[in-house]
Design a protein around this ligand. Structure first.
Ligand SMILES: [Zn+2]
Length: 247
């Protein structure tokens, strides 16, 4: 998940106003780019640790620009600069695709209070890129797990099938990996009794842009699973694709 130290001014950061020797007052104010805001101390506890943290006085949120959301400072993980007192929509350029996106106040609240990100971190990627990065990571993990499973038991048809599937997913979505390696795993799976291996081989041959080999694998799949009711849907799709290839 993309995050980084923040740059420039941060919304809702408390700026120290207390004189060092003074005991905490009942309330005080802070100066922000949106004017003076009243804050008050609040007791918080984490594990055995009790501490005082400052929060925005109720009602002060109305002095902020539209869409501002009150923060719960007691559930944040403080980075440098301490708690965030409120959240405001902020526009940023995505570090992956470069498009300007709004890291909105509600998302920020979720980010700092539910997901537990440090208060000095900010989203550096837009939601679509963050999602894509997360999915690519999941595919990479699935590939690693499948490799391990095949290494542990190369004679397992389902492990070979899972590896072929993982390679297919990575190649299809991330343009990573080797279709040849995937095809080898798919064929091993088919030899070990997993008919779906032939279908996966066909998918991988499609990615490798070998229509002849794809059609061959599809025909073998249809041959092998003829009449098997559990392959009804896959059979129909395979037949449709085979017809396309024959055109
Ligand atoms: Zn993006």
């Amino acid at each position: 998940m993309g995050r980084t130290g923040s740059r420039g001014s941060r919304d809702g950061k408390r700026r120290r106003r207390r004189e060092p020797s003074a005991r905490p007052k009942k309330e005080t104010t802070i100066t922000t780019e949106h004017g003076e805001l009243a804050i008050r101390p609040r007791q918080a506890r984490r594990g055995d640790h009790e501490y005082t943290v400052w929060e925005l006085q109720p009602g002060e949120i109305n002095k902020l620009p539209r869409g501002a959301v009150q923060a719960d400072v007691t559930v944040q993980n403080y980075g440098m600069g301490g708690p965030r007192l409120y959240y405001l929509d902020r526009a940023t350029d995505c570090s992956t695709c470069g498009h300007t996106f709004v890291f909105n106040a509600r998302e920020q609240k979720h980010w700092y209070e539910t997901l537990g990100f440090y208060t000095d971190s900010v989203a550096k990627d837009c939601l679509a890129c963050r999602r894509a990065i997360r999915h690519a990571k999941l595919r990479s993990n699935a590939y690693q797990a499948a490799l391990d499973a095949v290494a542990a038991d190369p004679k397992s048809g389902s492990a070979q099938l899972a590896l072929a599937q993982a390679i297919y997913e990575q190649y299809e979505h991330d343009k990573r990996g080797s279709t040849a390696r995937g095809i080898a795993a798919a064929r091993s799976a088919a030899r070990l009794g997993m008919s779906e291996g032939l279908l996966l081989e066909a998918h991988l041959q499609r990615l490798a842009e070998r229509p002849g080999a794809e059609a061959h694998a599809l025909a073998r799949f249809l041959d092998e699973v003829e009449g098997a009711s559990r392959f009804k849907v896959l059979r129909r799709a395979a037949r449709r694709r085979l017809d396309e290839l024959k055109k």
